[in-house]
Design a protein around this ligand. Structure first.
Ligand code: FES
Length: 134
């Protein structure tokens, strides 16, 4: 592999839209030992759904997104696009996240109107953080 190829791979990784999923979120404080956290279940469902689609978003597990009192929590981000933080997500919303990922990835600006949101994401807590111009 040449240095040019390595740099291209790194560039693609750094500029690819990313969906961060908190793998530690739990709906209950009494999390049964040996059972996966609700966030981990959501993560696996998203990955399984992504394997069956042509979606190009990078899915990245994270330990915490600091909205622990509102599980499950995920964030979409990409260079030159706003960041969307979704919380109070059910583990069944993986298809909605993948639908949002498709629209977010396809959008040149990343600005999606509420009407464009998948039905399953219209009733959850949402934050939109503008991107920073460099
Ligand atoms: S445990 Fe999921 S946001 Fe902190």
């Amino acid at each position: 592999m040449t240095w040019k190829n390595i740099l291209l791979i790194l560039f693609n990784l750094m500029t690819k839209p990313t969906l961060f999923i908190c793998q530690s979120c739990c709906f209950s404080e009494e999390h049964p030992e040996g059972q996966p956290a609700d966030g981990a279940i959501l993560l696996e469902r998203v990955k399984a759904g992504q394997a069956e689609s042509s979606n190009e978003i990078r899915v990245q597990r994270v330990a915490c997104l600091w909205a622990c009192d509102r599980p499950c929590v995920v964030a979409f981000t990409a260079p030159n696009k706003p960041t969307y933080l979704f919380s109070t997500l059910a583990t069944e919303c993986a298809p909605d996240l993948l639908e949002f990922a498709e629209k977010y990835t396809q959008s040149k600006t990343g600005n999606l109107s509420y009407q464009q949101f998948p039905e399953g994401l219209k009733e959850v807590a949402i934050a939109k953080i503008p991107y920073m111009k460099l």
